[in-house]
Design a protein around this ligand. Structure first.
Ligand SMILES: [Zn+2]
Length: 129
């Protein structure tokens, strides 16, 4: 118990970190950015195939923009460069995801949503369209 307390409070600081608003922004950004892997892993385990859910791209976008803010506040050129352009593919994937969802077809037989290019429903075998 004493060693746990020592880990949490080190040098009179929580986790031994010099806490400031900028540090909190950085850690929140880290938390958001890292959580996307848990979301993606959960979605993959749930559907028993590799899946990248829309939430993954939202967490990537918000997390990277938060980390970009942190790196700008810190004036760290390495991390500014790392997060300055990463938002583009996240935004692009969100756009493609939204377009694909809008173009998906619903099976008249069972009501399952199917990919835009599907001619037959993989759930009930009924013809689509
Ligand atoms: Zn169907």
């Amino acid at each position: 118990m004493d060693s746990i307390t020592h880990l949490l409070w080190h040098g009179g600081k929580f986790l031994g970190i010099d806490w400031s608003v900028v540090k909190v922004v950085g850690w929140v950004g880290n938390l958001i950015f890292t959580s996307r892997f848990i979301v993606q892993w959960y979605a993959t385990e749930k559907s028993k195939r590799v899946v990248v859910p829309q939430a993954f791209w939202w967490l990537s976008l918000v997390g990277s923009l938060t980390l970009l803010c942190y790196s700008v506040f810190q004036k760290d050129s390495v991390f500014i460069f790392a997060y300055a352009f990463s938002w583009f593919p996240y935004l692009r994937n969100l756009t493609i995801h939204r377009r694909n969802k809008a173009a998906s077809t619903v099976c008249g037989g069972c009501g399952q949503k199917n990919p835009p290019q599907a001619n037959y429903c993989p759930n009930c075998g009924g013809k689509i369209g």
